[in-house]
Write a protein that binds this ligand. Structure first.
Ligand SMILES: *[C@@H]1O[C@H](CO)[C@@H](O)[C@H](O)[C@H]1NC(C)=O
Ligand SMILES: *[C@@H]1O[C@H](CO)[C@@H](O)[C@H](O)[C@H]1NC(C)=O
Length: 355
C-alpha cells in the first residue's frame, strides 16, 4: 500500500523548512556587523594588558607597544569573536579576516572607531548614529539630536528606514517638539522641547497642578478655579447594584460585592450589612450565624432528635440506635448491633457501655 501523496508532501516540507528558532534570531547585516564589532572591542579590552603585570620598565613599555599591534593579539581577538556553533558569524569572520587584519596593522591609528570604519564606510551595511537609509541621510531634526531628543528616528544607524520620528510618550509632530493632549510644554527653545504630564484631574492644562487645568478630565468637576473629584457614590441614583457597595476613587468609582452574609451593604465585610441573609442576625453590629440549636424554641421538634448547627441553618438527625419515623426518633430493638457498613464516619455514638 502506498501512503497518500499529501502525507509524503507534508513530510518533505517538514524536512525543507528551516527550524523556527534560527529564523527568529536572524539579524540584519548591520546588526550582524555591529555584534561583530562589539565582540572585537570586547576582545581588545580583554587582551589590553595580557601577560604584563604592571611596573612599566623600559623593556615592558617597548614590548607592550609591540604586542598592542601584534598579529598574536589579533588572532586572540579573532578567535573570541564567534561561538563555534554560530555559522553566520564564523562565515563573516572568515570572509572579512583580511580587512580586519589590514585595519589592525595599518588603519587603526587613522580610523580608531572600528564600527565607523568597518560597518559604515567599508561594508556599507550601517550608517553613523543620527543618519539612516541607503545614503546615510540625516534624521529628522538633524543627526546631532534626531527628533529633538524626544523620539526615535526610523532606521537610525542602519541602511534602512525613512528617517521619520516615532515620538516618545507625551510628544508629537514631525520633530517631536509638540505636546500631546494632557501634557503641557514646560520648556521650549530653538533646540529643546520638554513636555510634562498634566495633573490627573485635567484633560488639558497649562501647568502641573489641578489649578492649571484648561478643561477638567472626565470624573472631575470645576469648583472655582480647581478641578475636584466627583463623588459618584453620593449621586441620588447610586451607580452600583443592590448586592454591591460603591467606592469612590479619583476620577471614577468602583462597585464591590457585599459580604455573603449581607442583604445589601454600605461597605466591605459583615459589619457593613444593611440586613442579614436568613440564618444570620446582627450581633454587635455584625451579621453572625444564628445557633438555631440553642434557641429557646426547639429547632428540631421530633422526640429524641439531635440538632446540629450549620452556617446559616441547622440539621436534625436521629441518634444512633434510633430509627426515624414521621414524628419521632424511635429506639430500635435492645442490643441490636448497628450495621457497620452504614455510615461508619457518623459522629456522636451516644454510649458504648454495652460493649
Ligand atoms: C535650550 O534649553 C536647553 C535645556 O535647558 C539648554 O541646555 C540649551 O542651552 C537651550 N538652548 C538655547 C538656544 O537657549
Ligand atoms: C486624588 O486626587 C487628589 C487631587 O488631585 C490628589 O491630591 C490625591 O493624591 C489623589 N489620590 C490618589 C489616591 O490618587
Amino acid at each position: 500500500m502506498r501512503p497518500p501523496p499529501r502525507t509524503a508532501l507534508g513530510f518533505l516540507l517538514l524536512l525543507l523548512l528551516p527550524p523556527t528558532p534560527d529564523a527568529a534570531r536572524k539579524l540584519t547585516p548591520c546588526q550582524q556587523c555591529r555584534a561583530l564589532v562589539d565582540k572585537f572591542n570586547q576582545g581588545m579590552a580583554n587582551t589590553a594588558k595580557k601577560n604584563f603585570g604592571g611596573g612599566n620598565t623600559a623593556w615592558e613599555e617597548k614590548t607592550l607597544s609591540k604586542y598592542e599591534f601584534s598579529e598574536i593579539r589579533l588572532l586572540e581577538i579573532l578567535e573570541g569573536l564567534c561561538e563555534s556553533s554560530d555559522f553566520e558569524c564564523n562565515q563573516m569572520v572568515e570572509q572579512q579576516e583580511e580587512r580586519l587584519e589590514a585595519w589592525w596593522l595599518q588603519l587603526k591609528k587613522k580610523y580608531p572607531d572600528l564600527f565607523e570604519w568597518f560597518c559604515v564606510q567599508t561594508l556599507k551595511v550601517c550608517c553613523s548614529p543620527g543618519t539612516y537609509g541607503p545614503t546615510c541621510s540625516a534624521c529628522q531634526g538633524g543627526s546631532e539630536r534626531p527628533c529633538s531628543g524626544n523620539g526615535h528616528c526610523n532606521g537610525d544607524g542602519s541602511r534602512q528606514g525613512d528617517g521619520s520620528c516615532q515620538c516618545h510618550i507625551g510628544y508629537q509632530g514631525p520633530l517631536c517638539k509638540d505636546c500631546v493632549s494632557s501634557y503641557f510644554s514646560s520648556l521650549r527653545n530653538e533646540t529643546h522641547s520638554i513636555c510634562t504630564a498634566c495633573d490627573e484631574s485635567c484633560k488639558t492644562c497649562s501647568g502641573p497642578t489641578n489649578r492649571d487645568c484648561l478643561e477638567c478630565e472626565e470624573g472631575w468637576v470645576r469648583v472655582e478655579d480647581t478641578c475636584l473629584d466627583v463623588d459618584e457614590c453620593a449621586a441620588e441614583t447610586p451607580p452600583c447594584s443592590e448586592t454591591q457597595y460603591c467606592e469612590n476613587v479619583n476620577g471614577s468609582y468602583t462597585c464591590e460585592e457585599c459580604d455573603s452574609t449581607c442583604v445589601g451593604c454600605t461597605g466591605k465585610g459583615p459589619a457593613k450589612c444593611k440586613e442579614c441573609v436568613s440564618g444570620y442576625s446582627k450581633e454587635d453590629g455584625q451579621c453572625t450565624d444564628v445557633d438555631e440549636c440553642s434557641l429557646a424554641e426547639k429547632a428540631c421538634k421530633r422526640e429524641n432528635e439531635n440538632c446540629y448547627n450549620t452556617p446559616g441553618s441547622f440539621v436534625c438527625v436521629c441518634p444512633e440506635g434510633f430509627a426515624e419515623t414521621e414524628d419521632a426518633c424511635v429506639q430500635t430493638a435492645q442490643g441490636e448491633v448497628p450495621e457497620p457498613e452504614e455510615n461508619p464516619a457518623q459522629p456522636q455514638p451516644p454510649s458504648r457501655e454495652d460493649l
